[in-house]
Ligand binder design. Structure first.
Ligand SMILES: N[C@H](CCC[C@H](N)C(=O)O)C(=O)O
Length: 282
């Protein structure tokens, strides 16, 4: 079987996008991993499906899978790519604001230009049980055991779980071990995407993210939202922050609790292709 796909990226966080508007999504975890293999398949950080909405108030649904075949609830760079993909498909006009349905609920997207998208990512969730993260009460810092050391982290959900670690030295080699360690830490029952953030000033952050199910990425949209939200909650950043990631920069706007958080950034097409779905093993 041949499967047509679009390869896209949001500042280097890369995606395979499948048009599942007519026939739905039908790949199993083994096939997703095969498609995600960068040598024998196509390769992606996340696979995105565009499907009919289940919620009648939304225009379309998008599904999200990591390279290892696991599910995710949200993808910030991915939703911008879905919006640009829908625009190219004639289903979303420039300047339109529409609701798209993610696995974790509706988000509003606004196409500012063919390759620039703003997204209302909803309100950051700090309540531990809803991240989910094991803690007695919500706090803006938690002490957590990482190997032999104790570490301070922030924890937040943007529709998916995030751990945020403030680092003074962006090249601190400790993050190489801490990324995988925190992403599978027992206090995050569903794992976590782990961001290492350096604060340049009240409006500029530098961030690297080790993603749950995908490893180190050039960028993570929800990770940028999470880093901004955690530092905003601590009173350390202003309401508008530029987040520099290895692959480029995102703008995050948030005025605080009770308000949605907006993420703005680019979305790009790389190429179109056709992948041969491997036959199931007998
Ligand atoms: N790259 C995505 C996040 C993927 C999150 C995924 N790794 C998870 O398991 O939640 C972003 O731009 O927000």
């Amino acid at each position: 079987m041949q499967l047509r796909f679009s390869k896209m990226h949001g500042i280097g966080n890369d995606f395979v996008v499948l048009d599942c508007r007519r026939d739905g999504f039908a790949l199993d975890a083994t096939q997703i991993r095969a498609l995600g293999d960068r040598r024998t398949g196509v390769g992606f950080d996340q696979l995105l499906s565009v499907e009919p909405a289940r919620d009648p108030s939304c225009a379309f649904y998008y599904g999200i899978w990591n390279r290892d075949g696991s599910l995710s609830g949200q993808c910030g760079n991915g939703v911008r790519c879905v919006a640009a993909w829908l625009h190219r498909a004639g289903a979303l006009a420039l300047g339109d604001q529409v609701l798209l349905e993610s696995p974790s609920g509706p988000v509003t997207v606004c196409l500012l230009a063919t390759n620039e998208v703003a997204v209302d990512m909803g309100e950051p969730v700090f309540e531990p049980a809803r991240i989910p993260f094991v803690a007695e009460a919500a706090a803006d810092r938690y002490e957590i055991r990482a190997g032999d050391d104790m570490l301070q982290i922030g924890a937040v959900s943007m529709g998916n779980p995030h751990a945020v670690v403030v680092l003074n030295d962006p090249d601190d080699p400790a993050q190489m071990q801490l990324g995988p360690l925190l992403s599978t830490h027992e206090r995050f029952a569903q794992g976590a995407n782990t961001g290492f953030v350096q604060q340049l000033d009240r409006g500029h952050l530098r961030l690297r993210v080790y993603e749950r199910g995908a490893g180190w990425t050039r960028a993570c949209g929800t990770g940028a939202c999470a880093a901004m939200a955690v530092l905003h909650q601590r009173g350390e950043v202003d309401d508008r922050v530029q987040v520099e990631l290895p692959g480029g920069t995102l703008r995050i706007d948030w005025t605080g609790p009770g308000h949605p958080l907006w993420m703005t950034g680019p979305a790009a097409f790389a190429f179109e292709g056709e992948w041969t779905v491997p036959a199931p093993k007998a």
